[in-house]
Design a protein. Sequence first.
Length: 269
Amino acid sequence: MSALEKIRFEHVTKTFAIRDETKKRSTKTFTAIEDINFVVNEGEFITLVGPSGCGKSTLLDLLGGLTKPTRGRILIEGKEITGPGLDRGTVFQQYALFPWKTARGNIEFGLEAKGISKREWKEKGDYYLDLVGLIKFADRYPHELSGGMKQRVAIARSLAFNPDVLLLDEPFAALDAQTRETLQSELLRIWKKTGKTIIFITHGIDEAVYLGQRVVVLSPNPGSVRKIVDISLKNRLEDADIHSNPEFVRARHEVWSLLHEPEFLGANI
Ligand SMILES: Nc1ncnc2c1ncn2[C@@H]1O[C@H](COP(=O)(O)OP(=O)(O)OP(=O)(O)O)[C@@H](O)[C@H]1O
């Protein structure tokens, strides 16, 4: 294991028993993902992109320790994941906030369980509210916040636990385009400030290329790694029109082609 290595996927395969329509009361094996192998380095921002059903959520559930691989294993700092843990924080598409708690209450939730003193919760609450730009909205309840604000609270809540790895499952998919772009750059800023290792799942090619230092392109049936594309974009936050940057255009085209090639190969033109 190199000093930089944070997460290692080793021959990760996940199968499910599904109903066999051809035989009554019997099941067959469905392979959702097959032989996934790659390494994520400490502090890296990795995006995973692939068509619907290629196993993105299955991979995230495995990383979160919610399910176990059928074959292979996932290691964090050389230790196999055997269940959920506070070393990983997850942010989902749906905000999953407690409606009866304020923004601050949601962020502070669980710090008590970590054995942190009340004074320290407040400090941490302030720090993370400020990090996501919501200090003025600390006392608002989720229903009084916009979608983007709710997602900021969800990110702050995950970070407040100080996880080593932040897992994000299409966190901006339900937001309008403008809010999504704002949150993408905020997430980059937060990543630069905190140095967390981030794994971000998305359907969006632009989002994957804008955020990821590397984009893991998945292909379906069964889900597997088609290619890992290096994105050598610099100054993502400083470049006002990053979508016109030649490296962005090149990388976007490469990822697009990897995702769409199978359609063209199968087409009778
Ligand atoms: N518990 C389960 N039992 C049976 N099949 C499952 C189960 N969970 C997932 N699958 C199947 O595994 C495959 C991968 O599902 P998964 O939800 O991981 O895909 P995804 O890439 O996240 O899809 P989407 O982008 O649509 O959210 C799908 O074909 C799905 O039907």
